[in-house]
Design a binder for this molecule. Structure first.
Ligand code: SF4
Length: 479
């Protein structure tokens, strides 16, 4: 059913799924001077429902003519959604027919056509089927993001992937290999990474590009042994000059990898943002999800970051973890509030193909969609009480209750890197394990993607080819 909605071809007037005991038909649709109209019918074993959709907005002259097919397809999908919602009695996704992972891109698309913020909000509800609350959220996030999206064309971001962690969390789908089984790859991986960093640094200098944000993620970079971590932290500021107002983030996702020495190394390298990710402050849940650390270790890690004087602390949480309720989330949020991070990122659990849990998720007691939505809403309320506003937003496939991931920040502490990753307006060069390069053509906004291997051994064995391909692509785009 879902696939049918996503792939519906407006040229084909009838779609049926008799095998499942129902038939869905788009009986008619037409588009003319007076707008668009369509009638759909759902025939189940004991009911027949019809739905009519009339839309005059589709002909707004601000839309480009070439966009018409897409608009027709969207109206038909909305008709399908309404009909299916009635037929099944289920609540539609709060995101309506928006299936992409970046809802704010639709906002900026309509804004570029000349629609006002109020008009866009209206269309998000009426044409795309968002709930009013999600439409308000998109508008609020887009308005915070806007000033970050007009960087000069010579600005780029850098991502460095360190694909190692102490252990692998059961829900993880990132490039992350446990040190217990893959730790022997670390020295050669770091040698290869140093070569890639130096080659990309030289290439940026020769093309006149400037780095405005540097993000070291993974994996857990702070899982590296102290000396190896210190060498990498020395190399980065030598290779990429970040302006004083720029962002330099280190992921320290696993709090058990942070020590006073690691925090001082981070500070000495000039990093100004660190992410410590509890996910939950309940030890029982941490054990279930395979995090291998405790809530007390989160507090100790935060003390180290604060003692080192690093300006911005981000903390990640996950709503919808097994066995958790809204009350559990309330307790976690109360503990986070005491730690007073400048950024808070609230994810909703999403189990992708690379996660260990993809095989046995049904064995776990996941909260209901309503309970999960209540957790997300509570997190937003607490973030607001902490003086934060939502500043970036994305969705994922297989996300619980069709919800979203939402980043909050105290005003002035937003992560420009996170915004650039979602809006894809600026080139980000990805290095290291699993690093993804997004080369954005300044004149057209078109994006070319290059993927580094996630596996450290493959990365090491292909490093020369990776470097030459990346340098060639950057030079051809910016020369
Ligand atoms: S700490 Fe993060 S990157 Fe590492 S295994 Fe857990 S979820 Fe994956």
């Amino acid at each position: 059913m879902r696939n049918m909605l996503l792939t519906f071809d407006p040229q084909a007037q009838i779609t049926a799924d008799a095998e499942q005991g129902f038939v869905f038909e788009v009986l008619t649709f037409e588009h003319g001077e007076r707008g668009f109209s369509a009638i759909g019918r759902f025939s189940g074993s004991d009911s027949v429902l019809e739905e009519r959709l009339i839309d005059c907005e589709i002909g707004d002259p601000r839309y480009p003519e070439a966009d018409l097919d897409r608009r027709i397809r969207e109206r038909i999908r909305l008709l399908c959604l309404r009909l299916m919602t009635r037929a099944t009695g289920q609540t539609a996704s709060p995101w309506g027919i928006l299936t992409g992972i970046r809802p704010t891109k639709m906002y900026f698309y309509l804004s570029a056509l000349g629609f006002s913020a109020d008009e866009i909000r209206e269309r998000l509800v009426a044409v795309y089927g968002l709930t009013p609350a999600k439409a308000d959220l998109v508008r609020a996030v887009a308005q915070v993001e806007k000033p970050f999206l007009n960087n000069p064309a010579d600005q780029v971001g850098i991502y460095i992937g360190i694909p190692f962690c102490p252990t692998r969390c059961h829900y993880c789908s990132f490039a992350s290999y446990p040190l217990s089984t893959h730790g022997h790859h670390v020295p050669r991986f770091l040698e290869a990474l140093a070569r890639e960093i130096q080659a990309v640094s030289a290439c940026l200098q020769s093309t006149g590009l400037k780095v405005n944000c540097l993000y070291v993620g993974g994996g857990t970079p702070t899982a590296l042994p102290d000396d190896a971590f210190e060498s990498l932290m020395h190399l980065l500021p030598q290779s990429f000059r970040i302006p004083a107002q720029g962002e330099f983030t280190i992921e320290a996702g696993r709090p058990d990898t942070i020590s006073p020495r690691k925090a001082m190394i981070i500070k000495a390298a000039g990093a100004n943002r660190v992410s410590v990710n509890p996910q939950t402050m309940h030890d029982k849940t941490l054990a279930i999800i395979g995090r291998g650390h405790t809530a007390a270790e989160v507090c100790r890690a935060v003390e180290c970051i604060r003692a080192a004087g690093i300006a911005t602390l981000n903390m990640d949480l996950i709503a919808g973890l097994p066995g958790e309720t809204r009350d559990d989330m309330a307790q976690t949020l109360a503990a986070i509030q005491k730690l007073a991070p400048e950024n808070l990122t609230v994810h909703t659990l999403a189990i992708k193909r690379a996660a260990q849990w993809r095989h046995n998720l049904a064995d776990y007691d996941l909260p209901s969609a309503d309970e999960t939505a209540a957790m997300v809403e509570l997190a937003a309320q607490v973030a607001s009480r902490m003086g934060m506003h939502p500043y970036y937003l994305y969705r994922q496939r297989f996300i619980l209750a069709n919800l979203e991931n939402l980043g909050f920040s105290l005003p002035g502490n937003e992560s420009p890197y996170n915004i650039q990753m979602i809006e894809e307006r600026q080139t980000v060069v990805g290095l290291g394990g699993g690093g993804v390069t997004r080369l954005v053509r300044p004149e057209s906004g078109k994006i070319e993607r290059l993927f580094n291997p996630k596996c450290p051994a493959t990365y090491v064995s292909r490093i020369e080819e990776i470097i030459s391909g990346k340098v060639k692509s950057i030079e051809s785009l910016f020369h």
